[in-house]
Design a protein around this ligand. Structure first.
Ligand code: LER
Ligand code: MN
Length: 273
């Protein structure tokens, strides 16, 4: 069975980003539970948030699971990336992700590498950027293995990164690292709408490498408010036996509550069962 999830950002500086709920994890959990969601994906400023804000306890008290932990706070707050020209910055990014892997592991929540992957640039050519990325993924997938969990790597569309943009490129990277049980791909339907010729076919090709799905419509609005055809996409996920989360990473439009409702309507219509 595919599981439903919805995002919350606890990083004020990420305002404007594609997160459905903001700031108040207790209110978000209450609403998510009432609508029938299974999980909540947390975009946190750091690993301490799980303990300090009692986020994990609040999620559990509402009968929800933490579906995943976003690490993009490391970029938003500190400008860390795994492919920075500065070694200190790369190490900070790597250590931040390692700490999120360890924070999420007891709750079965994998850490996500999205914007922290960075990009190649004038000072870091594509070959060097890929070698930095692979070095970090070797280290971090081993960390995930030791913690009894897995790590999620997210291909990003061409306007957000120039490193790994397609599912094919993501699969090549996972194959190169060779830790398939501990490194999986996060397939974001918004990025895929830009980069893939056929979203459903790409998901089928990705198969057991699909570790998490971000749900948004073609325009990053909640599912149902754009032109993505979710029928073939949900069929593809069912065909590959996907049992992970489909997690709404969408703009809170027209507001958070309505975005959550649009999402659960789409989930119930297409992905449930
Ligand atoms: C941003 O577009 C995105 O998809 C995030 O999941 C990356 O951190
Ligand atoms: Mn995403």
């Amino acid at each position: 069975m595919i599981k439903s999830s919805i995002t919350i950002s606890l990083v004020n500086e990420a305002r404007g980003g594609p997160f459905v709920f903001w700031d108040d994890i207790r209110a978000a959990c209450k609403e998510a539970k009432e609508l029938g969601f299974t999980g909540i994906e947390i975009f946190a400023p750091g690993p301490e948030v799980l303990a300090k804000s009692e986020a994990a306890k609040i999620v559990a008290d509402h009968g929800l699971q933490i579906s995943a932990l976003g690490t993009g706070g490391g970029w938003v707050l500190h400008k860390w990336t795994l492919t920075s020209p500065e070694e200190k910055v790369r190490v900070n990014a790597r250590n931040f992700i390692a700490s999120m892997i360890e924070a999420g592991a007891p709750f079965g929540a994998p850490a996500i590498i999205g914007s922290l992957q960075g990009r190649h640039s004038e000072t870091v050519d594509p070959l060097l950027a890929h070698s930095y990325l692979e070095e970090a993924l070797d280290f971090l997938s081993a960390k995930a293995k030791n913690a009894g969990t897995f790590l999620l790597f997210e291909p990003l569309n061409r306007y957000e990164s120039n490193l790994v943009r397609t599912i094919d490129e993501g699969m090549a990277l996972v194959n190169k690292i060779g830790q398939k049980d501990h490194l999986k791909l996060l397939c974001d339907l918004f990025h895929m709408n830009i980069e893939e010729a056929d979203i459903a076919a790409s998901l089928i090709k990705c198969g057991t490498m699909v570790g998490h799905v971000h749900l948004a419509d073609s325009n990053r609005k909640p599912a149902g408010l754009g032109h993505t055809d979710f029928g073939p996409i949900s069929l593809a996920l069912k065909q590959i036996g996907y049992r992970g989360y489909v997690s709404a990473e969408a703009l809170p439009l027209p507001d958070s509550s309505m975005a959550a409702r649009h999402t659960i309507d789409c989930f119930n219509r297409h992905f449930k069962g």
